[in-house]
Design a protein around this ligand. Structure first.
Ligand code: NAP
Length: 247
């Protein structure tokens, strides 16, 4: 079993979906885990589940696209846990549409919540991690950041941007003992993919060699591996967890 006892982790967008599974997975492996979400109520529920496992937790209301909110989130985190060992940038949204019909506000919203947030959160934890000369950052990107997707110009650009940011930060932080990696989920059974039309779902399934959607648990497994000492020689990588969709 992977053991990350005595580590403290912060998961953004941890109130539901993949983020919730990641937060619980890290806690089950021994970490104390703060759950941040734009919806405090969902963060509180997950934090209670983590405490029921015997770990420390903290629900934090934060809009990760907002600089002040991110600063407050990291301050609240460090007040309770002192140091941050693991940051998982998971919060994300979609506002799909063909580019001809895509509103500028939908472009901005997706880029801000998915990509700018990643910049803000990485920057906010960088001082503490550099001082400690260790830390792990895991950015939840997407396969569409690698291969593009019709109707997701904003989303795929934001996820491709996260991958570029991951590689740059991996280089900037390596000498300080901080590892930075991305996880690129394929099509995962979730509220996000529940919105897909039957036609799109069939189209995606046809391209997945393993022939099924993935689970949030499969993504959480990848995050746990990257957060753990098993991955201590892994940085700047994109771990694709997608049933073989991209290869
Ligand atoms: P989800 O169920 O929609 O969960 C996303 C979480 O992020 C929600 O709790 C949401 O809160 C929160 N959030 C949204 N905007 C936020 C903001 N500005 N600040 C803080 N939190 C915010 O999505 P998911 O399917 O679990 O996806 C999680 C991550 O995996 C995302 O980055 C997504 O792009 C990525 N991903 C998902 C899939 C998939 O198939 N599901 C595939 C590839 C990548 P509210 O619910 O209150 O809005």
């Amino acid at each position: 079993m992977i053991d990350i006892a005595n580590k403290s982790a912060l998961v953004t967008g941890g109130g539901r979906g993949i983020g919730r599974d990641i937060a619980l997975k890290l806690a089950k492996a021994g970490a104390d885990v703060a759950v941040s979400d734009i919806d405090l109520e969902t963060a509180q529920k997950v934090a209670s589940e983590i405490e029921a496992l015997g770990r420390r937790s903290l629900p934090i209301k934060a809009d990760v696209s907002n600089s002040d909110s991110v600063t407050e989130m990291v301050t609240a985190f460090t007040e309770k846990f002192e140091k941050i060992d693991v940051l998982v940038n998971n919060a994300g949204i979609t506002r799909d549409g063909l580019i001809m019909r895509m509103k500028e506000e939908d472009w901005d919203a997706v880029l801000n919540v998915n990509l700018k947030s990643c910049f803000l959160c990485c920057k906010a934890v960088s001082r503490t991690m550099m001082k400690a000369r260790e830390g792990v950052i895991i950015n939840i990107a997407s396969v569409v950041g690698l291969m593009g997707n019709i109707g997701q110009a904003n989303y795929s650009a934001s996820k491709a941007g996260m991958i570029g940011l991951t590689k740059t930060l991996a280089r900037e932080f390596a000498s300080r003992g901080i590892r930075v990696n991305a996880v690129a989920p394929g099509f995962i059974q979730s509220a996000m993919t529940d919105k897909l039309s039957d036609q799109d779902r069939e189209r995606f399934l046809a391209g997945i060699p393993l022939g099924r959607l993935g689970t949030a648990d499969a993504i959480a497994n990848g995050v746990l591996y990257l957060a753990s000492p098993l991955a201590d020689y892994v940085t700047g990588q994109v771990l694709t967890i997608d049933g073989g969709l991209v290869m």
